[in-house]
Design a protein around this ligand. Sequence first.
Ligand code: DGJ
Length: 740
Amino acid sequence: MTIEWRPDDRQFHLRDDGISLVLRVYGDGTLGHLHLGAALPLGRSYRHLGPDPFDGFSNRVGEPVPLAYPTSGTGDYRVPGLVAVGADGATALALRYRDHRIVAGKPALDGLPSTYVEDPGEAETLEVTLADEPSGLEVDLRFTIFAGRPVIVRSARIRNTGTAPVRLMTAMSLTADLPDADWILVGLAGAWAREAHVVERRLVPGRQSASSTRGASGAQHNPFIALRREATDEIHGAALGFSLVYSGNFLAEVEVDPFDTTRVRLGIEPETFEWYLAPDAVFTTPEAVVAWSEDGLGGISDAFHGLYRDRLARGHWRDRPRPVVLNNWEATYFDFDADRLVEIARAARELGVELFVLDDGWFGRRDDDTTSLGDWFVDRRKLPGGLEDVASRVTALGLEFGIWIEPEMVSAESELFRAHPDWTIGIPGRPRTESRQQLVLDMGRPEVVDHLDGVLGDILASAPISYVKWDMNRSITEPYSLALPPERQGEFFHRYILGVYELYRRLTERFPRVLFESCASGGGRFDPGMLAFAPQAWTSDDTDAVERLAIQWGTSLVYPLSSISAHVSAVPNHQTGRITPLATRAAVAFFGVFGYELDPTALGEAERREVVEQIAFYRRHRDLFQRGRFLRLDSPFDGDRDRVGWMVASADRREAIVGAYRIRNRPSPGPERLRLRGLDPDATYRVAVWPDPGDPVARANEGERSGAELMAAGLSLAVDRVEAAALGDFRARLFVIEAS
Ligand code: DGJ
């Protein structure tokens, strides 16, 4: 890892073995963006990759000059990185190089979650200061390169050194100009219960984007996009991944200009953003991460997984095995009392579960979703001895105990709302749109954060609680804060998310041993910002095994297995009504942080035996399932969408587990094979099928195979047509592969 400064060329080159970023100060002081992607040799000038000389847009208006942080109104007509309105009302900024610094390590970002280093030798950071003389606006662009990771992390600090206030209208975290447009745009799109579906489209002239204006990153689009070449697949070919470490409104946009060059920008969504920057004030953007791969989309995922698992997640639980959970939500919904919970916990314990989670409904007078959010005191009708009693009874069984909270919300029917109606988001004189019968607290107000910190801190201190599921169940409407003057309402959304981060920071610092799991009606806020506080996230309310194949596949493009919380639930599935075998549900949920979301007291004897086996199997291989390298083999988004295959391999390649899934059974099947990856070609592996059904597929694969054969010829999934006739739909097989 090196950051090279060549004064004669006025060129910066950030390089590690897997990536290079080359920037150059043009003649007029503008910062150019000459190259982002494959590692290039150091010690060379790359000024010929941009216009040379370039002294400003005079007589070249509209030309595709590659820029590192473009502004509008001075000759560049593509989407800008920074737009600000100065005291004179003008928006045409001219950012010019002032100076730069290269420092070891990576400075933290004020008030925002960010990737980090544990040792300054892990990374190097370049900070380039650009200035717009007339307005006094200064920008520190920060670029960090890590040792051994093909990523660059970027952010901007914007400072008003002038004497008059400036209004920021757009403040992107990253812009990247690429010299051609032969890319396919990859994104993760969806809805509640259908998150993270992979969508792809070819770039065409104009703007294409993914975004959120809901107040949370959202289930509709993830704050991630990738660009891949047409020939790029999971293993081969070039790809760039862009991910934003942020949980609020975002924009990920790609523009192709008339000359077929591409500009990518990533940052806070500008239509719902405006920031008043007083003289001397500083605004810091969230950070954005770019990953480069020449080994397909799999290479992008490897880069994000390693960085987010080891240098974004933090604290006690970062590297520790996560417990097997039983969550009571789908077992009881709101209808429980202490004895019923203990009965469920006891049955769960007998199955091998390690952590019992009490979901929604334990506080206020919450018998359904119409009341009590905000009233974070125990409902003594259901739990007469309080949380302490139920938690001690559960922990006495040998289980850990966890609770659900939804701090950001308030019910109109609650003591909190009656006491502080002004803490709620809404516009005076206009009707307020409700959703799930709940209103949203104005997290941008320090007194709201202080209050929640107090009451939730008391709750967490009141009982042996070792896990918290932090939910967020509605989008924001009528965005408006009574605490902000009219001219500063544009700050509302960002202030909201800063308040959420502040509350997370306080609670995670005060309760460092508590495992936090983030949730927003499932995967509605599954983003890198949350992962900095909560190392795992509830991936989707949809626990149907078939739907989860798609959701977990898509989620894995960016997020590591250690963050993907995945449970087995009862059938018919509560979201789809589908009936899938218990073995299949587990074979999908194993690939992540595993648990159950069902009533264990309702299981039959055979099911109970099966679950005991499942949990024992997961615990045996937990490290692999939670921290192994995840490799996608056969996509639910390709072909007939009926075959899915994926695997997890240990870092030393001595161990792997493969999941092979057949959604709709296929009559008269052919000689299907599933080729593996990530193994040592020279090693000999013992292959076993789990659980062993003793059928022809098991027999055909069991035994010793070379890594080379498993990767070149693969495992056999072939059955003959007589065997196929008996299989039914929704079948899964797991292959356990261990080097001998
Ligand atoms: C939505 C979550 O995603 C569910 O798991 C559950 O916690 C409910 N909220 C409770 O209201």
